[in-house]
Design a protein around this ligand. Structure first.
Ligand SMILES: [Zn+2]
Length: 221
């Protein structure tokens, strides 16, 4: 590991300048690392060095979030339809396409941007609804104002700070929620997903109240 004059990134700059000291970088790092360093843009303003975490758009790291990403990457994919409530999906009084969506949600295979990206599909990972965080399961369905307003609009309030795994939470609800609550949960999840895609593909932006009312109208048809 490069120790440098004082262990700081700036010790790899040309003296008094904000440019990489190419010779010094190449002397101290193997080619692959040196190339990566030299490709990195140096901010021209004075900013303190900081450790950032790539799974968060603001670089902030939290243990809960790290657990969430670890879970989605390792265990989530192997979620198996073993819980008692699993079969309830197919008995819900909702359209078939929404059942399929809920089933995919429980299998943890909803193609949120973070997941697509981790599969090598190079698309932006930022949530298109709020553009302030990474689009992962817990974020998209629970963790920003539009999602919160959707849940509030249909009269469902949960303590999302306790939810560590999006599909695990739903599997639990499939096991113990009453039919009316479960129906609402499924419609909210589907509604958020539907209107997120509407925004991405059609540029259509609606309020949470409109999104939920129009989603629930499907049930009345
Ligand atoms: Zn968002």
């Amino acid at each position: 590991m490069y120790e440098g004059r004082d262990g700081k990134v700036a010790s790899l700059f040309m003296p008094g300048e904000k440019k990489w000291n190419t010779t010094l970088v190449r002397q101290n790092f193997v080619q692959e690392d040196a190339d990566a360093i030299l490709e990195t843009r140096i901010p021209q303003r004075d900013v303190a060095d900081q450790v950032v975490w790539v799974h968060s758009s603001n670089g902030a790291y939290t243990a809960k979030r790290a657990y969430h990403f670890w879970y989605e990457s390792n265990i989530g994919l192997h979620a198996t339809p073993s819980c008692v409530g699993w079969k309830r999906i197919w008995h819900l009084n909702i359209p078939h396409k929404i059942k399929v969506f809920v089933w995919r949600y429980c299998r943890n295979v909803v193609p949120v941007r973070w997941r697509l990206n981790s599969r090598g599909i190079r698309i932006p990972i930022t949530c298109p609804m709020c553009e302030t965080d990474v689009e992962h399961m817990i974020h998209l369905f629970y963790d920003y104002s539009f999602a919160t307003e959707c849940w509030n609009h249909v009269g469902l309030t949960y303590d999302w700070s306790q939810v560590e795994c999006a599909h695990g939470w739903l599997l639990q609800k499939l096991t113990d929620a009453k039919a009316e609550e479960l129906l609402k949960i499924c419609m909210v999840l589907w509604g958020i997903w539907y209107w997120k895609n509407k925004k991405v593909w059609d540029g259509k932006v609606v309020t949470a109240a409109f999104a939920m009312d129009s989603s629930f109208q499907i049930l009345a048809q």
